[in-house]
Design a protein around this ligand. Sequence first.
Ligand SMILES: Nc1ncnc2c1ncn2[C@@H]1O[C@H](COP(=O)(O)OP(=O)(O)OP(=O)(O)O)[C@@H](O)[C@H]1O
Ligand SMILES: [Mg+2]
Length: 189
Amino acid sequence: MTAIMGPSGSGKSTLLHCLGGVDKADSGRLFFRERDMMQMLPSEIAGLRRTQIASIFQFFYLLPTLTVEENIEFPLQIQSIPQDKRRDSVASILKQVGMTNRKQAFPNQLSGGEQQRTAIARALITSPKVILADEPTGNLDSQNGRLILDLMQNLICAKGIALLLVTHSQEASAICNTTWKMQDGNLIV
Ligand SMILES: Nc1ncnc2c1ncn2[C@@H]1O[C@H](COP(=O)(O)OP(=O)(O)OP(=O)(O)O)[C@@H](O)[C@H]1O
Ligand SMILES: [Mg+2]
């Protein structure tokens, strides 16, 4: 679990976009489990994003026309996982993030904290190897922010998933083992 901190505009989000395969770096090298991502076909990168790399964002980005449980199920649906398996996985992860009693709600009926818990469940549902989180508590009040950090620490750590957490908050970086700093587009480890 590694936090990335640094001033606004220093390139933290850009780094996550490159690592997540949604942006292409102009130079440098990028490996995912010893495979060179810069040599991968777009379809291979899309495959990684479906199964191995998940993202959590400041503004949640839930699909507004889907319920909580449908949002969480969506990444399994696009992998064509059978319905009974999908249902079991969704029920289990809903319990882990404490959203079972809100599973029928739509995103606009949820608090920010509930939206982020749903987004965390959606990120975890595919059992990814890495989670890229860009300011996941940046849009929450301090109490909800703390709940989300506890949840991330407990679930992500317990599942042995690597976390790269971009944050401006010391409290958020404290859930990580290491903190890297970025300045003017460079990582200062
Ligand atoms: N695709 C791109 N191509 C060229 N420049 C970009 C691209 N995306 C972002 N930038 C620029 O790169 C710099 C770093 O932006 P970035 O959004 O990564 O900063 P940040 O560290 O995440 O800042 P903040 O803390 O405000 O979120 C900015 O000057 C931005 O305008
Ligand atoms: Mg940013």
